[in-house]
Design a protein around this ligand. Structure first.
Ligand code: GLC
Ligand code: CA
Length: 546
């Protein structure tokens, strides 16, 4: 069947695949993945049906936060390759219908970025005001922090700089000083950096913590709140004054205007924002405010509610309904189950009995919803969190800042390509240990096995691209099955209708869909002509009917 997506921009037509470049494929045996490795796997990604790649940062970085601390925004860190390899990668990806988006870290630079080195050199350096410097505040115990703001990884957000006797602000680690986005020169400089990549053929950006950019002009103290949340919060602050300031939306609008200049008639540039709320809090309404209708703000924003949900029909339904409900009419949703900061969904939501069956349910859910699905590398083969000894931790969050946090390395372990040593990822020593299950769980084995999870992903992606109702149809949930832990919905477009039923339980359940139809795809039924309607669903059954 013909692929239907011709009239939609690329980012609406298929999954966008997040690559954590250090962990994808190493081609020079230094144990770290590289751009050449990604280039060699483009056929694999094309075959999977991927339409875009989001690359986690590949700029020069001293790695205090594994690439999210950048010293040069218009170059490639030599560990990943060169600008030449990058250009080749863009060209060869485009030739396969895959667009590239870069991870853009606008809130802060590395403390070793030349801008910050200048800024901290003296109080009257022309770049002083590019960052956020403040005097200490006098209190009963002498001089203290300028205000009570806490950093996202814990600890105070201010660090004392002895030579110039002022504090600088960092909402993350002290090696990531925050830029002063109220300074027009900073805005110009960063827009120019983005333009650099657009000129190389990049089709958009994932904007790191976009909601943090501008800070309260008066630097007021954040209020506290003592709400219980899961997972437990690093701090008890409501980040009212260091995040989500109204002026941030003006900056996002400026970035969007730049994107639109490069978009062409087919709207082929895209911005997706990481809108990070207070730790552990669901905030789809906040994410929604960053999406512009028409030509104002972001094209897409991540709602991290799925990260804090549980695997039950009722919870999934409520998260999804809420997300669709808060989006303005015309806004395009997106969905994400895993990324480089969180425990993988395969471990977080699918642990315990029937764990492989649960992964199929999540895949079916992700790929039959409205909007753009994001996949995290290895999700398609069901990769799970790595078990990493504390002594091997690399992530500063677990190693240095927050000793009770397991660290984020567990979701950043090397891609499992084969059952050979080091999983076919490297011929050297991998920068993080390979997961123990790689001999059984790897791409090569799953490619050979038509009943594998990888095939299930590929079939779902293909179906999504062939059925207009799945690609950009409406959605309506059947509430009847929820109590039995069955999630069912219908997608509709121009007279065509697709029904999806997911048994989110390990028991046989009644089928809430009252009509039969053609089975397009199922974990338990063979696709065939019109079938008699079956009133029962097998445990963890996922079926898509037409
Ligand atoms: C975002 C990134 C995370 C990084 C942080 C600071 O949350 O996803 O990996 O540590 O921003 O840049
Ligand atoms: Ca390498």
């Amino acid at each position: 069947m013909a692929i239907q997506y011709a009239e939609l921009p690329w980012w609406k037509t298929g999954p966008i695949y997040q690559i954590y470049p250090r962990s994808f494929l190493d081609t020079n045996s230094d144990g770290v993945g590289d751009l050449e490795g990604i280039r060699r796997k483009l056929d694999y990604l094309q075959d999977l049906g991927v339409r875009g790649i989001w690359l986690s940062p590949i700029y020069p970085s001293p790695l205090y936060d594994f690439g999210y601390d950048i010293t040069n925004y218009h170059d490639i860190d030599p560990v990943f390759g060169s600008l030449e390899t990058f250009k080749l990668l863009v060209r060869e990806a485009e030739a396969r219908g895959i667009s590239l988006i870069m991870d853009m870290v606008l809130n802060h630079t590395s403390h070793l970025h030349p801008w910050f080195i200048e800024s901290r050199s003296s109080r009257d350096n022309p770049k002083r005001d590019w960052y956020i410097w403040k005097d200490g505040r006098r209190g009963p115990f002498g001089k203290g922090y300028p205000n009570n703001w806490m950093a996202a990884f814990g600890g105070h957000a201010w660090t004392w700089d002895k030579p110039t006797e002022q504090y600088y602000l960092h909402l993350f680690t002290e090696e990531q000083p925050d830029l002063n986005w109220r300074n027009p020169e900073v805005q110009e400089a960063m827009l120019a950096e983005m333009q650099f990549w657009l000129d190389l053929g990049v089709k958009g950006f994932r904007l790191d913590v976009i909601n943090y950019l501008v800070k309260d002009a008066q630097f007021r103290n954040n209020p506290y709140h003592f709400r219980m949340t899961y997972p437990r919060r690093h701090d008890l602050q409501h980040h009212q004054f260091d995040r989500n300031q109204p002026e941030t939306y003006e900056i996002v609008h400026r970035i969007r205007s730049l994107m639109d200049r490069y978009a062409g008639a087919s709207e082929d540039t895209m911005l997706v924002g990481e809108v990070y709320p207070d730790e552990g809090v669901h905030a789809p309404d906040l994410a929604a405010t960053y999406i512009g209708i028409g030509k104002d703000l972001l094209h897409l924003a991540f709602d991290f509610s799925t990260i804090y949900t549980s695997l039950t029909a009722a919870d999934l339904h409520s998260v999804l309904q809420t997300w669709y409900g808060v989006l303005l009419p015309g806004a395009w949703p997106c969905h994400v189950l895993s990324n480089h900061d969180q425990s993988r969904a395969a471990s977080r939501l699918c642990a315990g009995a029937d764990n492989e069956a649960k992964k199929r349910v999540l895949a079916a859910l992700l790929l039959t919803q409205r909007g753009t699905p994001f996949l995290y590398y290895g999700e398609e083969i069901g990769m799970e969190d790595g078990v990493i000894a504390r002594k091997d931790l690399q992530d500063p969050l677990g190693k240095k800042y927050y000793p009770f946090h397991p660290g984020r390395d567990r979701s950043r372990t090397p891609m499992q390509w084969t059952g050979d040593s080091a999983a076919g990822f490297t011929e050297g020593k991998p920068w993080l240990p390979i997961n123990r299950d790689f001999r059984k769980r790897n791409v090569e084995a799953q490619q050979r096995d038509p009943s594998s999870l990888l095939h299930w992903y590929r079939d779902l992606i293909t179906l999504r691209q062939e059925e207009p109702a799945l690609l950009d149809g409406s959605i309506e949930f059947f509430e009847t099955g929820l109590q039995e832990n069955v999630l069912a919905y219908v997608r509709r477009k121009a007279g065509s209708e697709v029904q999806v039923v997911l048994n989110v339980s390990g028991q046989t359940r009644p089928n809430p869909i009252r009509r039969g139809g053609t089975v397009l795809l199922s974990t338990h039924r063979k696709p065939q002509g019109t079938i008699e309607h079956d009133t029962r669903l097998a445990p963890w059954e996922c079926t898509v009917y037409k």
